[in-house]
Ligand binder design. Structure first.
Ligand SMILES: C[S@@+](CC[C@H](N)C(=O)[O-])C[C@H]1O[C@@H](n2cnc3c(N)ncnc32)[C@H](O)[C@@H]1O
Length: 263
């Protein structure tokens, strides 16, 4: 099996990809940030990622999003470069920025010229590779952009809720994007036996109210307005009220895959 080809197939066939890029919607970004808050994210993942960093380090954060890693790391290290294609995600990151040592590059990683960036102590990509078609080229570029370490945070296995709601409302199988095992094997076929650490994480879904939940899933599923009541009823049956928000508890695992360069 060629794992890079397998990765490409999963990216291109992913049910989520077919519904377009959610990160360019202001509403989605707001909702995304709400999830981070209610899932104690990045929590333990951040503790583990920052273990080898100090005040002299530099970090290149690929797919920095709203700054879950970039912001706390910037308080710890000398400088952070945040690569992020979504203007909407960056607006949120900039709003929360409380240091002056973050350089922002508003591009996809694929479009960043290697001459635009110096080599960083750590290259980090947290949950940002699910849409990268040419994973081998992206990984090789990450390796050439670091002095010591590439650190990849990625989900382990599919989320049951997605499979269920997809079957129910789209009458089709849900095709998840690639996950940990694919990325590990792509690296392995490149001759890299990476280190892996599994971390238990919460994947709770949180909504401010039922209307937000309905809107989010109607867009995600590309559902006709006539089915809105059915969707509302289903979501109400899955969500519980807790501390003023609607909530669905779910637990999972994320993997931290790290590649250390020889010193
Ligand atoms: C799930 S979010 C993760 C954000 C952040 N790393 C975190 O852990 O919260 C994925 C982010 O990756 C970005 N992204 C997607 N494709 C990318 C690419 N080709 N290059 C760089 N960033 C990308 C998206 O715009 C989005 O902000």
């Amino acid at each position: 099996m060629n794992w890079s080809d397998e990765w490409r197939k999963l990216v291109l066939g992913s049910s989520l990809r077919k519904k377009g890029d959610p990160f360019t919607s202001g509403e989605f970004v707001e909702w995304y940030d709400l999830q981070l808050e209610h899932n104690n994210y990045p929590g333990v993942l951040l503790d583990k990622v920052q273990r080898h960093l100090n005040k002299h380090s530099t970090v290149l954060d690929i797919g920095a999003g709203t700054g879950a890693f970039a912001l706390p790391l910037a308080r710890l290290v000398k400088a952070v470069t945040a690569v992020e294609p979504s203007v909407e995600m960056l607006t949120c990151l900039r709003r929360k920025m409380d240091t002056t040592n973050i350089r922002i590059i508003n591009k996809r990683w694929e479009d960043v010229g290697i001459e635009e960036i110096s080599r960083h102590d750590m290259v980090l990509a947290a949950h940002s590779l699910y849409g990268t078609v040419d994973i081998e080229t992206a990984l090789k570029k990450m390796l050439s952009a670091t002095k010591t370490q590439v650190c990849l945070v990625i989900g382990v296995g599919p989320v049951d809720f997605y499979a269920d709601i997809w079957r129910r409302f789209r009458a089709e199988e849900y095709h998840p994007p690639p996950s940990f095992i694919h990325l590990y094997n792509v690296l392995y076929q490149l001759g890299i036996a990476a280190n892996v650490e599994m971390v238990k994480v919460s994947r709770n879904q949180v909504y401010l109210n039922i209307e937000q939940a309905v809107k989010r899933w109607q867009t995600r599923l590309d559902l006709r307005p006539e089915r809105e009541d059915e969707l509302r009823e289903y979501l109400l049956s899955c969500l519980e009220e807790k501390e003023g928000v609607l909530y669905r508890k779910e637990e999972g695992k994320s993997a931290i895959i790290s590649v250390e360069l020889p010193v």
